[in-house]
Design a protein around this ligand. Structure first.
Ligand SMILES: NC(=O)c1ccc[n+]([C@@H]2O[C@H](COP(=O)([O-])OP(=O)(O)OC[C@H]3O[C@@H](n4cnc5c(N)ncnc54)[C@H](OP(=O)(O)O)[C@@H]3O)[C@@H](O)[C@H]2O)c1
Length: 375
């Protein structure tokens, strides 16, 4: 068994510095958590895993969850921020069923609103069932880059897994420059899509094309142009099998019948749940969808839609691990890391950067030097 250094224990507790908040009106703060130790022999309970965190990554949903935490009811308790992480496994409980071993470098995500069961903490001590993703870091990937994989790769995986006719099919990704969309391009390619069209700005178009997009539409040229170019593309390649909306762009909502295949043909619209504001400083009102969006979803709910509609949130998916490992070993895995900040001293700067909505890839916080490698 690989030898690892366990954390010091004080009064039957592991002290773990964490980035926390209480509610939408309190700041993010560095707090010392006291994690309960199971027994003198073992830190973990039989169903738990203990991980020493190397790096964590920010997601827009982190800001959203804090903004949506009211002062009343749940607003007085301390909540740990964040979902994504990478690190090293220090202990595995005796009843945990897993192929992972002590000493393995792993990445993953936890997403548990209003709780301490999240990732921005030096030591992650959680039940195995709490992880939505817990996966070995591919050999060629550093722990810094791996920290940003969990939420975006898994969320976009769910849009593609189970969609019909992807092999040789047509996919449109709204927001090919977003981190979820960038992974969507890779999954579309992995599942065999022939035409992968994305909307993106000129600053993200090159990376989208390198990742496997076959055509891009510059959404910055306006809604009319977006529709016109999409229709022209459909005239040349045929209707889309899957439209994956990562940024809740309602430009095309009135035109889906013209560009998306029907339900019997396997046509599906997948929308990632989130704020309707693209500034990453959402408020309650930004959660209110546009009329076009509501119409699309309601029509599908009352079976009045000619195509399938799914609104997606990041969840555990049992086939993800195997497909992710295959994607990584194919040599086609691409990761966009925008910037790296210090977990202890620069988290506020990192959140400020996320709010500006100008990051081209993931914003990472590192807890130590070893995160730059995977050794
Ligand atoms: N519910 C969940 O479980 C869940 C999970 C993950 C993500 N989400 C949500 O999904 C969204 C995307 O997340 P992310 O992490 O991928 O965000 P991100 O990496 O911060 O994406 C931001 C990028 O989206 C692109 N974009 C913005 N407006 C656009 C538009 N109208 N058309 C096309 N592209 C546009 C811009 O790229 P360019 O201008 O450079 O092209 C921008 O840089 C967020 O709202 C997030 O909250 C939800």
């Amino acid at each position: 068994m690989t030898s690892v250094t366990l954390p010091p224990i004080e009064n039957n507790k592991v002290i773990s510095k964490a980035i926390t908040f209480q509610n939408h009106s309190t700041p993010w703060e560095l707090t010392s958590l006291k994690l309960p130790v199971a027994s003198p022999e073992s830190i973990v309970q039989p169903d738990q895993i203990l991980i020493k965190t190397a790096a964590v990554a920010l997601n827009p949903v982190d800001i959203l969850l804090r903004e949506l935490t009211p002062r009343r009811f749940v607003g007085s308790s301390i909540k740990v921020a964040g979902a994504d992480f990478s690190g090293t496994i220090l202990q595995i409980g005796s009843s945990v069923e897993t192929d992972l071993k002590v000493g393995d470098k792993v990445f993953g995500n936890l997403l548990n609103p209003f709780s301490q069961n999240n990732s921005f903490t030096e030591y992650i001590l959680q039940k195995n069932s709490t992880f939505q993703v817990l996966q070995k870091v591919p050999e060629q990937v550093s722990l810094v880059d791996a920290a940003g994989l969990g939420v975006v790769s898994n969320t976009s995986y769910q849009a593609f897994k189970g969609s019909k006719n992807l092999d040789g099919g047509n996919v449109l990704i709204l927001g090919g420059g977003s981190s979820v969309g960038y992974f969507g391009i890779q999954w579309a390619k992995y599942f065999g899509a022939k035409n992968i069209v994305v909307t993106a700005s000129s600053s993200s178009s090159e990376s989208a094309l390198q990742a496997g997009a076959t055509q891009w539409i510059d959404y910055k040229k306006g809604k009319e142009n977006e529709f016109k170019e999409t229709k022209e593309i459909v005239q040349s390649i045929g209707k889309f099998d899957l439209i994956f909306d990562t940024i809740r762009d309602d430009t095309l909502h009135s035109h889906f019948c013209d560009i998306l295949k029907t339900k019997p043909e396997g046509g599906k619209l997948v929308i990632v749940a989130g704020s309707f504001s693209h500034a990453h400083a959402p408020r309650y009102l930004d959660m209110v969808p546009s009329i076009r969006f509501v119409r699309t979803v309601v029509r599908s709910m009352i079976r009045f839609s000619s195509f399938d509609v799914e609104v997606l949130t990041c969840q555990y998916n049992k086939t993800y691990a195997e497909d992710f490992a295959k994607l990584a070993s194919s040599g086609n895995l691409r990761i966009k890391t925008d910037s790296v900040f210090n977990f202890y001293t620069e988290y506020q700067e990192a959140y400020n950067k996320l709010r500006l909505d100008q990051a081209k890839g993931k914003i990472i916080l590192t807890l130590g030097e070893d995160a730059a490698t995977n050794t």
